[in-house]
Ligand binder design. Structure first.
Ligand code: MN
Length: 253
């Protein structure tokens, strides 16, 4: 029976984690190891400067789980480096409360947990659900349980993960599944400066995603048009097209 590690970045008490664990329990034996608080938008973290703690806890339905003081990527590293003794066949991260599209992926704790999984040589999937005041994880969880056996069966190329985004719609309103590329999801970020009670300035960075025209083969387009998006992501960020050009700069020591 396959052994699946489930983690997330919204923290151990998030509803998306429980829904994912429940759905994947039909696919294999599930171990849950997740951060003890919300790490959304924490990026790819390796905790080197302080110890990591692990506590045995229970999810809302009583399932045993491990809560760590580390980031999502720390959870995966801890598990893969031997804290979990049984070999792990698949890492699934999510279900995140909100999309991880375009440039979100390097900020996302959900996606970077899956990156850590593939660095450890384990096929990995990140699953995110569009945000709404009412989050209903059932459809996304069911789709994860449909995708996981396929990944277990055929595997993924080295250093490659699947980034899955599901529209937050009733199942009968989802139009289908699109295989996509990373789109552009920029934020209209603004720097807000305020003064604290002692008169010293502090800053917030905040902004809404902008809605630019997206091409039909992107993750952003797919979810905006009612499709589940699956983007294969690779850890190699090399801009291959520029290598030749850069060599021609003739740089010398
Ligand atoms: Mn999150």
């Amino acid at each position: 029976m396959a052994h699946i590690l489930v983690t997330n970045d919204d923290g151990l008490e998030a509803g998306g984690l429980l829904a994912l664990k429940n759905a994947l329990s039909a696919v294999g034996r599930v171990t849950v190891m997740a951060p003890d608080h919300n790490w959304s938008a924490s990026g790819h973290v390796k905790t080197l400067h302080k110890p990591l703690r692990v506590n045995e806890v229970r999810l809302a339905d009583g399932t045993p789980a491990f809560a760590t003081s580390g980031a999502p990527s720390d959870c995966v590293a801890l598990a893969c480096l031997g804290f979990i003794q049984e070999p792990i066949d698949l890492v699934v991260s999510g279900i995140n409360q909100g999309y991880n599209l375009g440039h979100d992926v390097t900020y996302s704790g959900t996606v970077t947990a899956a990156m850590e999984g593939v660095i450890s040589g384990i096929p990995s999937i990140a699953v995110s659900l569009g945000w709404r005041p009412e989050m209903d994880y059932e459809c996304a969880a069911r789709f994860a349980a449909r995708l996981a056996p396929k990944v277990l069966e055929v595997g993924l190329p080295p250093y490659t993960l699947l980034n899955v985004n599901v529209p937050n719609l009733p199942q009968d309103q989802i139009k289908g599944v699109r295989i996509t590329r990373q789109g552009l999801r920029k934020y209209r970020d603004e720097l807000v400066k305020r003064l604290d009670p002692r008169g010293r300035p502090y800053y917030w960075i905040a902004g809404e995603p902008s809605s630019e025209m997206e091409e039909e083969d992107t993750d952003v387009w797919a979810v905006e048009n009612g499709y589940i998006s699956i983007t294969p992501l690779q850890l190699d960020l090399t801009a291959h097209a520029m290598i030749e050009q850069l060599r021609n700069w003739g740089l010398e020591v």
